[in-house]
Design a protein around this ligand. Structure first.
Ligand code: ZN
Length: 74
């Protein structure tokens, strides 16, 4: 068996956390909030008098989610 030529491992240092500037986070946070608000609207309020899209297909498409999240339905 050949002797190992690997040097002993350097002592492990804890990884320093990487800082993310707030300026880089804000656009993604705004996008997530807008998409979340649109999703909550379509799941919870797209029916009856508050409906933006005619017909019932959006209501039926999100129906199970509406019941799952506890929005009033029928
Ligand atoms: Zn229902």
């Amino acid at each position: 068996m050949a002797p190992s030529t690997a040097s002993p491992a350097a002592p492990a240092r804890p990884a320093a956390p990487v800082g993310v500037p707030l300026r880089d986070i804000v656009p993604w946070a705004v996008l997530a909030l807008v998409l979340g608000a649109v999703l909550i609207y379509f799941v919870g309020a797209e029916q009856g008098a508050t409906s933006l899209i005619s017909g019932t297909w959006v209501h039926e498409f999100t129906h199970d989610g509406r019941h799952l999240l506890g929005f009033p339905c029928h």
